[in-house]
Design a binder for this molecule. Structure first.
Ligand SMILES: NC(=O)c1ccc[n+]([C@@H]2O[C@H](COP(=O)([O-])OP(=O)(O)OC[C@H]3O[C@@H](n4cnc5c(N)ncnc54)[C@H](O)[C@@H]3O)[C@@H](O)[C@H]2O)c1
Ligand SMILES: O=C(O)C(=O)C[C@]1(C(=O)O)C=C[C@@H](O)C=C1
Length: 313
């Protein structure tokens, strides 16, 4: 029997992403041993009940002892404290990676804690759901999804290649990118959409009580998609916005300017302006579908089955 690519993997944070990783590593034989750590006792108990790890610890230092790979799967705001606590027990040659949605802050918070001889390979799977916790994870979460690695300049090439290979074994497609660029791109494609969803759902529910029922009743339409996104984990998203502040504020500024232009067009009855934009965005949507059909774009959209997405003639 061939050996697993990693001897002992420590998964720190057994929520949606950590438990999905543990599941896929187990089902595909990617680690000889999986050690789990989570700060919440209920999560540790649930992880034991679900059989996600070979062993659970209540201390990050105990979890990483003897590990050749450590995966930080925590809200990004928790990384500094946990990295500091685990650092003294990291073995030389160990690879530390993560799954955080923001990359510059992870490099800032984790990098300086790591002792000489430990390799750091930050990463981000562009895969998730609005659910959180160990029960929400599933083994094929990363199938056909992109994972972006943001190794800082001077990173160990072999360590980067091993992390890349792990994600490919999990079914993902791996790209490398500069961390600052990652944070800007994700600010507009992921962070801003979440902010808009949180805002619009909050605004709708702040309407007077009589209209509140209407919001619920009619949320089978476009609004329902916003409520799905706005149901995402509050702590995770608080940390994303606090740790990608500049990029999000820059994208928010651009978005606000574009929104103001639309507001003006509506006020002055400039139908052409509105129609031009809507035609342009429909073309963009069609391009996304074509990329998806060609297999060069995220293959799954659970709430939007592909047949409905076919462009009409
Ligand atoms: N949810 C997504 O769609 C998604 C997608 C890609 C990446 N990510 C990133 O993955 C990371 C984890 O997200 P998730 O969705 O798995 O979250 P989650 O809430 O499901 O899991 C996080 C786990 O971390 C534990 N935790 C929190 N603070 C801790 C601390 N200080 N010490 C120890 N344990 C602590 C929690 O108990 C929880 O079990 C985040 O950095 C997030 O940005 C999330
Ligand atoms: O599918 C969802 O519900 C997600 O929000 C996943 C999503 C995204 O914005 O696409 C959320 C955060 C991540 O860092 C990566 C993926």
């Amino acid at each position: 029997m061939s050996r697993a690519p990693f001897h002992r993997v420590a998964v720190l944070g057994i929520g949606l992403i950590g438990s999905s990783l543990a599941r896929v590593m187990r089902t595909r034989g990617l680690a000889e041993e999986i050690i789990g750590f989570d700060g919440a006792e209920a999560v540790r108990e649930r992880s034991v009940a679900l059989g996600l790890c070979d062993r659970l610890t209540d201390s990050p230092a105990d979890a990483v002892a003897g590990a050749d790979l450590v995966m930080l799967c925590l809200p990004v705001g928790a990384n500094a404290t946990v990295a500091e606590a685990m650092a003294p027990r990291l073995a030389p040659g160990c690879i530390v990676s993560d799954v955080g949605s923001v990359k510059l802050s992870v490099i800032r918070d984790v990098g300086p804690c790591l002792p000489e001889g430990v390799h750091f390979v930050p990463g981000h799977p562009i895969a998730g759901t609005e659910h959180s916790g160990p029960d929400a994870g599933f083994a094929d979460l990363f199938e056909n999804r992109y994972v972006i690695l943001t190794p800082p300049p001077g990173s160990d090439g072999e360590a980067v290649a091993r992390v890349k290979s792990l994600w490919e074994d999990c079914g993902a497609m791996v790209e490398s990118m500069d961390a600052a660029h990652h944070d800007k791109v994700l600010a507009v494609t992921s962070h801003l959409p979440h902010l808009i969803a949180y805002t619009i759902v909050g605004t709708a529910f702040d309407l007077e009580a009589s209209e509140r029922q209407e919001v619920i009743r009619y949320s089978a339409g476009g609004f329902r998609d916003f409520t799905r996104i706005a149901g995402s984990d509050p702590v995770m998203w608080r940390d994303v916005f606090l740790n990608n502040r500049e990029a999000v504020l820059e994208m928010l500024q651009r978005f606000s300017e574009d929104l103001t232009a639309l507001q003006r067009a509506i006020r002055w009855g400039e139908g052409d302006t509105l129609e031009d934009l809507f035609r342009r965005t429909r073309e963009i949507r069609r391009g996304v579908i074509e990329m998806r059909q060609a297999g060069t774009f995220d293959a799954r959209e659970p709430d939007n089955p592909a047949p409905e997405d076919e462009p009409s003639q």
